[in-house]
Design a protein around this ligand. Structure first.
Ligand code: NAP
Length: 320
Protein backbone atom coordinates (compact mmCIF):
# COMPACT_ATOMS: atom_id res chain seq x y z
CA UNK A 1 0.00 0.00 0.00
CA UNK A 2 1.38 3.45 -0.90
CA UNK A 3 2.07 5.99 1.88
CA UNK A 4 -0.64 8.65 2.46
CA UNK A 5 -0.03 11.89 0.59
CA UNK A 6 -0.99 15.53 1.22
CA UNK A 7 -1.30 18.44 -1.18
CA UNK A 8 1.40 21.01 -0.60
CA UNK A 9 3.46 23.91 -1.98
CA UNK A 10 6.59 21.95 -2.84
CA UNK A 11 9.96 23.67 -3.17
CA UNK A 12 12.41 21.71 -5.35
CA UNK A 13 15.51 23.85 -4.84
CA UNK A 14 16.89 27.26 -3.90
CA UNK A 15 15.62 29.97 -6.22
CA UNK A 16 12.77 27.83 -7.53
CA UNK A 17 9.09 28.81 -7.35
CA UNK A 18 7.10 26.41 -5.14
CA UNK A 19 4.69 24.22 -7.15
CA UNK A 20 1.40 22.68 -6.07
CA UNK A 21 1.96 18.94 -5.76
CA UNK A 22 1.76 15.95 -3.47
CA UNK A 23 4.06 15.20 -0.54
CA UNK A 24 4.19 12.28 1.92
CA UNK A 25 1.89 12.96 4.88
CA UNK A 26 3.76 13.75 8.12
CA UNK A 27 3.85 11.25 10.99
CA UNK A 28 4.38 12.70 14.46
CA UNK A 29 7.29 11.33 16.47
CA UNK A 30 8.04 11.93 20.15
CA UNK A 31 7.57 15.59 21.05
CA UNK A 32 5.83 16.40 17.77
CA UNK A 33 2.27 16.95 16.57
CA UNK A 34 0.56 16.94 13.20
CA UNK A 35 -1.49 20.07 12.51
CA UNK A 36 -4.31 20.03 9.95
CA UNK A 37 -3.68 23.38 8.29
CA UNK A 38 -6.52 25.87 7.72
CA UNK A 39 -4.51 28.83 6.41
CA UNK A 40 -0.90 29.89 5.84
CA UNK A 41 0.21 33.41 4.91
CA UNK A 42 2.74 34.26 2.20
CA UNK A 43 5.31 36.51 3.88
CA UNK A 44 8.61 38.08 2.77
CA UNK A 45 10.39 35.49 4.93
CA UNK A 46 8.85 32.64 2.90
CA UNK A 47 10.19 34.12 -0.30
CA UNK A 48 13.57 34.81 1.33
CA UNK A 49 13.68 31.17 2.44
CA UNK A 50 12.93 29.91 -1.07
CA UNK A 51 15.63 32.25 -2.41
CA UNK A 52 18.15 30.92 0.11
CA UNK A 53 18.59 34.27 1.90
CA UNK A 54 17.58 33.01 5.34
CA UNK A 55 16.10 29.90 6.98
CA UNK A 56 17.35 28.22 3.78
CA UNK A 57 16.64 24.49 3.52
CA UNK A 58 19.55 22.23 2.65
CA UNK A 59 17.55 19.21 1.45
CA UNK A 60 14.81 18.98 -1.17
CA UNK A 61 11.97 18.61 -1.84
CA UNK A 62 10.73 20.74 1.04
CA UNK A 63 7.28 22.17 1.79
CA UNK A 64 7.22 26.00 1.74
CA UNK A 65 5.81 28.15 4.51
CA UNK A 66 7.32 29.09 7.87
CA UNK A 67 4.06 29.16 9.86
CA UNK A 68 0.30 28.71 9.69
CA UNK A 69 -2.98 28.20 11.52
CA UNK A 70 -4.76 24.87 11.93
CA UNK A 71 -6.07 22.24 14.29
CA UNK A 72 -4.33 19.69 16.49
CA UNK A 73 -5.67 16.12 16.71
CA UNK A 74 -7.79 17.09 19.74
CA UNK A 75 -9.56 19.77 17.65
CA UNK A 76 -7.96 22.77 19.34
CA UNK A 77 -7.08 25.64 17.03
CA UNK A 78 -3.46 26.79 17.04
CA UNK A 79 -1.12 29.15 15.24
CA UNK A 80 2.16 27.31 14.70
CA UNK A 81 5.63 28.39 13.67
CA UNK A 82 8.96 26.84 12.66
CA UNK A 83 7.43 23.59 11.35
CA UNK A 84 9.71 20.54 11.35
CA UNK A 85 11.49 20.14 8.04
CA UNK A 86 10.89 18.97 5.39
CA UNK A 87 7.31 19.99 6.30
CA UNK A 88 6.08 23.56 6.03
CA UNK A 89 2.92 25.55 6.66
CA UNK A 90 1.71 25.67 3.06
CA UNK A 91 0.15 22.21 2.95
CA UNK A 92 -2.86 20.27 4.14
CA UNK A 93 -0.82 19.10 7.12
CA UNK A 94 2.27 20.34 8.95
CA UNK A 95 4.58 18.74 11.50
CA UNK A 96 5.25 20.91 14.54
CA UNK A 97 7.38 20.49 17.63
CA UNK A 98 5.34 20.42 20.85
CA UNK A 99 4.83 23.89 22.27
CA UNK A 100 5.77 25.80 19.13
CA UNK A 101 2.24 27.07 18.80
CA UNK A 102 -0.18 29.56 20.33
CA UNK A 103 -3.86 28.94 21.00
CA UNK A 104 -6.12 30.85 18.59
CA UNK A 105 -9.10 32.33 20.43
CA UNK A 106 -12.58 32.40 18.88
CA UNK A 107 -13.72 35.56 17.13
CA UNK A 108 -11.36 35.56 14.13
CA UNK A 109 -11.27 33.26 11.14
CA UNK A 110 -8.24 31.16 10.16
CA UNK A 111 -7.27 33.51 7.33
CA UNK A 112 -7.12 36.59 9.57
CA UNK A 113 -5.31 34.65 12.29
CA UNK A 114 -2.72 33.44 9.77
CA UNK A 115 -2.32 36.90 8.24
CA UNK A 116 -1.54 38.46 11.63
CA UNK A 117 0.80 35.81 13.00
CA UNK A 118 4.20 36.87 11.65
CA UNK A 119 3.77 40.62 11.01
CA UNK A 120 1.72 41.09 14.17
CA UNK A 121 4.29 39.30 16.30
CA UNK A 122 7.10 41.32 14.81
CA UNK A 123 5.17 44.58 15.24
CA UNK A 124 4.41 43.87 18.90
CA UNK A 125 7.98 42.75 19.52
CA UNK A 126 9.55 45.88 18.07
CA UNK A 127 7.02 48.47 19.23
CA UNK A 128 6.25 47.17 22.71
CA UNK A 129 8.74 44.51 23.84
CA UNK A 130 11.98 45.86 22.41
CA UNK A 131 10.82 49.40 21.65
CA UNK A 132 9.28 50.00 25.10
CA UNK A 133 6.96 52.55 23.54
CA UNK A 134 4.74 54.39 26.00
CA UNK A 135 1.85 56.82 25.66
CA UNK A 136 2.90 60.29 24.60
CA UNK A 137 6.10 59.18 22.88
CA UNK A 138 6.77 59.67 19.17
CA UNK A 139 7.53 56.76 16.85
CA UNK A 140 8.59 56.76 13.18
CA UNK A 141 7.51 53.65 11.26
CA UNK A 142 9.62 53.34 8.13
CA UNK A 143 7.82 51.04 5.70
CA UNK A 144 4.42 51.76 7.29
CA UNK A 145 2.51 50.73 4.16
CA UNK A 146 3.57 47.06 4.25
CA UNK A 147 1.58 44.54 6.26
CA UNK A 148 4.01 44.66 9.18
CA UNK A 149 4.25 48.44 9.11
CA UNK A 150 0.48 48.88 9.04
CA UNK A 151 0.12 46.75 12.14
CA UNK A 152 3.00 48.54 13.90
CA UNK A 153 1.49 51.94 13.06
CA UNK A 154 -1.97 51.05 14.36
CA UNK A 155 -0.65 49.23 17.43
CA UNK A 156 1.57 52.16 18.39
CA UNK A 157 -1.37 54.55 17.96
CA UNK A 158 -3.54 52.34 20.17
CA UNK A 159 -0.85 52.62 22.84
CA UNK A 160 -1.22 56.40 22.83
CA UNK A 161 1.92 57.22 20.87
CA UNK A 162 2.19 59.88 18.18
CA UNK A 163 2.94 57.91 15.01
CA UNK A 164 4.75 59.20 11.95
CA UNK A 165 4.05 56.73 9.14
CA UNK A 166 6.50 56.69 6.21
CA UNK A 167 6.03 54.66 3.02
CA UNK A 168 5.47 54.76 -0.72
CA UNK A 169 1.82 53.87 -1.20
CA UNK A 170 -0.29 57.03 -0.88
CA UNK A 171 -3.55 55.06 -0.63
CA UNK A 172 -2.30 53.21 2.43
CA UNK A 173 -0.73 56.33 3.94
CA UNK A 174 -4.10 58.08 3.64
CA UNK A 175 -5.82 55.12 5.29
CA UNK A 176 -3.29 55.18 8.15
CA UNK A 177 -3.84 58.92 8.62
CA UNK A 178 -7.59 58.27 8.80
CA UNK A 179 -6.86 55.64 11.45
CA UNK A 180 -4.91 58.03 13.64
CA UNK A 181 -1.35 58.38 12.33
CA UNK A 182 -0.18 61.84 13.40
CA UNK A 183 1.74 62.49 10.18
CA UNK A 184 2.53 60.63 6.97
CA UNK A 185 5.67 60.95 4.83
CA UNK A 186 6.33 59.70 1.30
CA UNK A 187 9.72 57.98 1.13
CA UNK A 188 9.99 57.90 -2.69
CA UNK A 189 11.69 61.29 -3.05
CA UNK A 190 15.23 62.68 -3.07
CA UNK A 191 17.23 61.80 0.02
CA UNK A 192 17.77 65.34 1.32
CA UNK A 193 14.08 66.15 0.92
CA UNK A 194 13.11 62.95 2.74
CA UNK A 195 15.63 63.65 5.51
CA UNK A 196 14.17 67.15 5.99
CA UNK A 197 10.62 65.79 6.12
CA UNK A 198 11.62 63.17 8.70
CA UNK A 199 13.53 65.69 10.82
CA UNK A 200 10.57 68.10 10.75
CA UNK A 201 8.30 65.52 12.42
CA UNK A 202 10.83 64.49 15.11
CA UNK A 203 12.44 64.06 17.55
CA UNK A 204 11.67 60.36 17.86
CA UNK A 205 11.72 58.11 20.87
CA UNK A 206 11.53 55.06 18.63
CA UNK A 207 12.17 54.27 14.97
CA UNK A 208 10.92 50.95 13.59
CA UNK A 209 12.51 50.26 10.21
CA UNK A 210 11.15 47.66 7.78
CA UNK A 211 13.00 49.13 4.77
CA UNK A 212 16.71 49.82 5.40
CA UNK A 213 18.48 50.80 2.15
CA UNK A 214 18.18 54.42 0.89
CA UNK A 215 15.23 55.40 3.15
CA UNK A 216 17.29 54.42 6.21
CA UNK A 217 20.15 56.60 4.95
CA UNK A 218 17.73 59.54 4.87
CA UNK A 219 16.80 58.81 8.48
CA UNK A 220 20.48 58.75 9.48
CA UNK A 221 20.88 62.18 7.85
CA UNK A 222 17.81 63.46 9.67
CA UNK A 223 19.12 62.20 13.01
CA UNK A 224 22.54 63.72 12.41
CA UNK A 225 21.14 67.11 11.52
CA UNK A 226 18.73 67.03 14.41
CA UNK A 227 21.73 66.21 16.62
CA UNK A 228 20.79 66.31 20.25
CA UNK A 229 17.52 68.18 19.61
CA UNK A 230 15.23 67.16 22.39
CA UNK A 231 16.34 65.40 25.53
CA UNK A 232 15.50 61.96 24.27
CA UNK A 233 17.47 58.89 23.33
CA UNK A 234 16.21 57.34 20.07
CA UNK A 235 15.88 53.56 19.88
CA UNK A 236 16.32 52.56 16.22
CA UNK A 237 15.06 49.03 15.63
CA UNK A 238 15.86 47.41 12.30
CA UNK A 239 13.33 44.70 11.40
CA UNK A 240 13.38 44.41 7.62
CA UNK A 241 15.19 45.19 4.41
CA UNK A 242 12.44 45.65 1.85
CA UNK A 243 14.30 48.61 0.25
CA UNK A 244 17.80 47.14 0.37
CA UNK A 245 20.14 44.84 2.27
CA UNK A 246 22.74 47.57 2.83
CA UNK A 247 22.67 51.14 4.11
CA UNK A 248 25.62 53.40 4.76
CA UNK A 249 25.66 54.63 8.36
CA UNK A 250 27.91 57.69 8.84
CA UNK A 251 29.92 57.63 12.06
CA UNK A 252 28.78 61.16 12.78
CA UNK A 253 25.15 60.00 13.06
CA UNK A 254 26.05 57.86 16.04
CA UNK A 255 28.42 60.48 17.43
CA UNK A 256 26.01 63.41 17.15
CA UNK A 257 22.64 61.87 17.90
CA UNK A 258 21.71 59.84 21.01
CA UNK A 259 20.83 56.72 18.97
CA UNK A 260 20.66 53.15 20.15
CA UNK A 261 20.70 50.77 17.14
CA UNK A 262 19.05 47.38 17.63
CA UNK A 263 18.60 44.52 15.17
CA UNK A 264 15.36 42.57 15.60
CA UNK A 265 14.92 39.01 14.42
CA UNK A 266 15.27 35.39 15.40
CA UNK A 267 18.45 36.13 17.32
CA UNK A 268 16.40 37.90 19.99
CA UNK A 269 13.58 35.47 20.71
CA UNK A 270 10.58 36.41 22.85
CA UNK A 271 9.39 33.92 25.53
CA UNK A 272 6.56 31.87 23.95
CA UNK A 273 4.08 32.77 26.70
CA UNK A 274 4.64 36.51 26.14
CA UNK A 275 4.34 36.11 22.37
CA UNK A 276 1.13 34.07 22.78
CA UNK A 277 -0.44 36.77 24.97
CA UNK A 278 0.55 39.46 22.48
CA UNK A 279 -0.91 37.44 19.61
CA UNK A 280 -4.22 36.99 21.44
CA UNK A 281 -4.31 40.75 22.07
CA UNK A 282 -3.65 41.47 18.37
CA UNK A 283 -6.43 39.10 17.29
CA UNK A 284 -8.82 40.80 19.70
CA UNK A 285 -7.86 44.19 18.27
CA UNK A 286 -8.35 42.91 14.70
CA UNK A 287 -11.79 41.53 15.59
CA UNK A 288 -12.70 44.91 17.15
CA UNK A 289 -11.43 46.74 14.00
CA UNK A 290 -8.74 48.47 16.05
CA UNK A 291 -6.22 47.04 13.60
CA UNK A 292 -7.18 46.77 9.93
CA UNK A 293 -5.35 44.90 7.18
CA UNK A 294 -5.88 44.08 3.53
CA UNK A 295 -5.96 40.29 3.27
CA UNK A 296 -6.59 38.09 0.24
CA UNK A 297 -7.41 34.39 0.65
CA UNK A 298 -6.07 32.32 -2.25
CA UNK A 299 -6.48 28.56 -2.86
CA UNK A 300 -3.15 26.80 -2.25
CA UNK A 301 -3.50 25.24 -5.71
CA UNK A 302 -2.64 28.72 -7.08
CA UNK A 303 0.65 28.96 -5.17
CA UNK A 304 2.92 28.97 -8.23
CA UNK A 305 1.33 31.90 -10.04
CA UNK A 306 0.70 33.82 -6.79
CA UNK A 307 4.30 33.46 -5.57
CA UNK A 308 5.70 35.54 -8.42
CA UNK A 309 3.15 38.34 -8.44
CA UNK A 310 3.49 41.54 -6.40
CA UNK A 311 1.60 41.23 -3.11
CA UNK A 312 3.00 44.09 -0.98
CA UNK A 313 -0.36 45.93 -0.98
CA UNK A 314 -2.10 43.05 0.80
CA UNK A 315 -1.29 39.89 2.71
CA UNK A 316 -1.99 36.78 0.66
CA UNK A 317 -3.10 33.79 2.72
CA UNK A 318 -3.17 30.33 1.18
CA UNK A 319 -6.04 28.02 2.00
CA UNK A 320 -5.20 24.32 1.40
N1 NAP B 1 10.56 38.77 12.45
C1 NAP B 1 11.07 39.56 11.58
O1 NAP B 1 12.24 39.76 11.65
C2 NAP B 1 10.22 40.18 10.50
C3 NAP B 1 8.83 40.04 10.57
C4 NAP B 1 8.05 40.67 9.59
C5 NAP B 1 8.66 41.37 8.54
N2 NAP B 1 10.02 41.44 8.50
C6 NAP B 1 10.69 42.14 7.38
O2 NAP B 1 10.15 43.45 7.25
C7 NAP B 1 10.05 43.82 5.89
C8 NAP B 1 8.61 44.21 5.54
O3 NAP B 1 7.76 43.10 5.80
P1 NAP B 1 6.20 43.15 5.49
O4 NAP B 1 5.60 41.98 6.14
O5 NAP B 1 5.64 44.48 5.82
O6 NAP B 1 6.21 42.98 3.90
P2 NAP B 1 5.13 43.45 2.81
O7 NAP B 1 3.76 43.41 3.37
O8 NAP B 1 5.45 42.65 1.60
O9 NAP B 1 5.47 44.99 2.54
C9 NAP B 1 6.68 45.38 1.98
C10 NAP B 1 6.73 46.90 2.07
O10 NAP B 1 8.02 47.33 1.63
C11 NAP B 1 7.82 48.44 0.77
N3 NAP B 1 8.95 48.57 -0.17
C12 NAP B 1 9.47 47.62 -0.98
N4 NAP B 1 10.50 48.12 -1.67
C13 NAP B 1 10.61 49.42 -1.31
C14 NAP B 1 11.48 50.48 -1.67
N5 NAP B 1 12.47 50.30 -2.55
N6 NAP B 1 11.30 51.70 -1.10
C15 NAP B 1 10.32 51.90 -0.21
N7 NAP B 1 9.45 50.93 0.17
C16 NAP B 1 9.60 49.71 -0.36
C17 NAP B 1 6.53 48.14 0.05
O11 NAP B 1 6.04 49.33 -0.46
P3 NAP B 1 5.08 49.37 -1.75
O12 NAP B 1 3.75 48.87 -1.27
O13 NAP B 1 5.07 50.79 -2.15
O14 NAP B 1 5.73 48.46 -2.78
C18 NAP B 1 5.70 47.61 1.20
O15 NAP B 1 5.15 48.66 1.94
C19 NAP B 1 10.60 42.64 5.09
O16 NAP B 1 11.97 42.87 4.81
C20 NAP B 1 10.44 41.47 6.04
O17 NAP B 1 11.36 40.43 5.78
C21 NAP B 1 10.81 40.86 9.45
Amino acid sequence: MSAPQINAAVLDGIGRTPRYGTFPAPVAGAGEAVVTVGAAALKPSDRLMADGVHYAPTAFPQVAGLDGVGRLADGSRVAFFAPQRPYGGMAEQALVRDGLWFPVPDGVDDVTAAALLNPGGAAWKTVIWEGQLTAGQTVLVLGATGTSGRIATQLAGRHGARVVAAGRDQRVLDALAARGAGAVIRVDRPRDELAAAIAAEGPYDLIVDYLWGPPAEAVFAALMHAGGRGPRRTRYILVGMAAGEAASLPAMTLRKAPVELIGSGNGRPVPVADAAAAYADLLRRAAADEIALDVEAVPLAQVERTWTRATADRRVVFVP
